[in-house]
Design a protein. Structure first.
Length: 459
């Protein structure tokens, strides 16, 4: 090993139970990880990990013995399991705490990263300029966080001042403006004519379009029609004739069953057209009764400022029965979709209200996928390689392979035996940089939200 190195790059063995700092290696350093078990995406199994060698932010070797000098060495135990970095394709960085919904740039990126989410797609931004700056700050090393794939502003009435319908020229210009800055677009509450233009223009730039769609009621778009337009991905609702255009999607969805001919028909269309579906199941559970599965293994409220906790201490959750019904319906329909060979991705879609944080919600979504009847190995694939393929970054992300960006999540316990073991995060590696999950979380305790009443107006 090298001698006479600076404190920043001095070589040492990190024993798994010892945590000395938030970040252990720089991106250009050489990191060696030995021991534990590594998830093999192709077989869906964990294999003994003899060696993971990382250099220049990428996987260099996955076998043999380390040769030559290295900057850091992490030795794992037999109870440690290495996953590819998780990918959240509906990762909102905004919160709704006191007065308004706004983006948050300090705590949210750290919490996502600490929970193993090494790539996030922001799926519609309330402050697209601020989110652009966050991405730049992460990429420059000024801030820590996952790889952030921006979506830019919403396309549709979810964007302030959009109106019920827009001129084609405005949408064309809008796409041209944002295309160099984003990794995909998100439509929400959009008119059918506007969605058609958005899809056509986005595809000219080789960018995907996803949508929070509806039933076709009141000039909304049923996913069935969006698929005919060429949409790449769909959020929340499968659509089809199970969601008639005589009422909103929410009004119909609560009564859907997985054996309905209308559901089986729309599932066949997704499979035939190879459309990705992001069910965001737990997003509905947060609005429902918050029963089993919505427990806190870490008290997420500790990441809010003392002032926020004080203001919200007497706030009572009022379950919405329709969302509770939808939460259970979606578990049944995602199983039917899975059994038919549908393409599924993972998304949290949860703007925090001061109780939960979506970074932790990644694990609740994995948990509910398995509860719905999806095999644990496929749930892991859904949360990793599927997301990479859906957003077209699988050349660099989604699995542990030589040449790919070195994103890892190391947990204490086998997720194939109990998917909740993903909640036991110990280390995360993002682009070759090793972090302690515990220390990342520790660094942002008590920092989310206003610190006193005079700051409430911005929140």
């Amino acid at each position: 090993m090298r001698n006479n190195m600076t404190l920043k790059t001095i070589s040492f063995v990190i024993v798994f139970s010892v945590i000395s700092s938030i970040t252990f290696a720089n991106e250009n350093g050489r990191l060696v990880i030995q021991g534990g078990h590594r998830f093999d995406t192709d077989s869906g199994t964990f294999v003994p990990n003899k060696l993971i060698e990382i250099a220049d932010g990428r996987f260099k070797k996955l076998d043999g013995k380390p040769v030559g000098d290295y900057d850091k060495k992490l030795v794992l135990t037999g109870g440690d399991y290495i996953l590819p970095g998780l990918i959240d394709l509906h990762a909102h960085y905004n919160v709704r705490l006191l007065k308004k919904r706004r983006e948050e740039f300090t705590v949210m990126p750290i919490v996502y990263l600490a929970n193993g989410a090494t790539v996030t797609f922001s799926a519609g931004e309330y402050d697209p300029e601020g989110m652009q700056q966050l991405r730049k700050d992460i990429e420059s090393g000024k801030k820590l966080g996952p790889r952030l794939i921006n979506s830019g502003p919403y396309f549709g009435r979810a964007r302030p001042k959009w109106g019920r319908k827009r001129d084609k020229a405005d949408i064309v210009a809008d796409v041209k403006k944002w295309a160099p800055l984003v990794g995909g677009f998100k439509a929400k509450a959009i008119h059918p004519d506007d969605l058609k233009v958005l899809i056509e223009e986005a595809h000219k730039y080789n960018l995907t379009v996803t949508g929070h769609l509806d039933s076709g009621y009141r000039s909304s778009v049923n996913p069935r029609e969006a698929i005919a337009m060429g949409i790449d991905r769909v959020e929340h609702f499968l659509g089809g004739d199970a969601l008639p255009n005589t009422q909103s999607a929410y009004s119909s969805l609560k009564d859907v069953t997985p054996d309905m001919p209308e559901i089986l028909k729309i599932i066949r269309l997704y499979v035939e057209k190879e459309i990705w579906f992001d069910a965001t199941i737990t997003a509905y559970g947060y609005y429902g009764n918050r029963g089993e599965g919505f427990d806190h293994w870490i008290d997420e409220r500790q990441f809010f400022t003392p002032h926020v906790r004080e203001v919200l201490k007497d706030k009572k959750h009022k379950p919405m029965e329709v969302f509770e019904k939808i939460f259970h319906v979606k578990q049944k329909t995602i199983k039917a979709f899975y059994d038919a060979g549908g393409r599924i991705t993972l998304g949290t879609d949860h703007p925090s209200d001061g109780t939960y944080l979506p970074g932790f919600g990644v694990h609740r979504e994995l948990d509910v996928l398995v509860k719905s009847g999806i095999a644990p190995e496929d749930a892991i694939r859904i949360g990793t390689i599927n997301g990479a393929k859906a957003i077209r970054i699988d050349k660099d992300h989604g699995s542990i392979e030589v040449g790919k960006v070195a994103d890892l999540f190391i947990v204490g316990g086998n997720p194939l035996e109990n998917i909740r073991n993903t909640r036991k995060g110990k280390y995360v590696v993002r682009a070759g940089v090793l972090h302690s999950s515990r220390e990342l979380l520790k660094s942002v305790k008590g920092k989310l939200g206003p610190t006193h009443k005079e700051e409430e107006e911005d929140w």
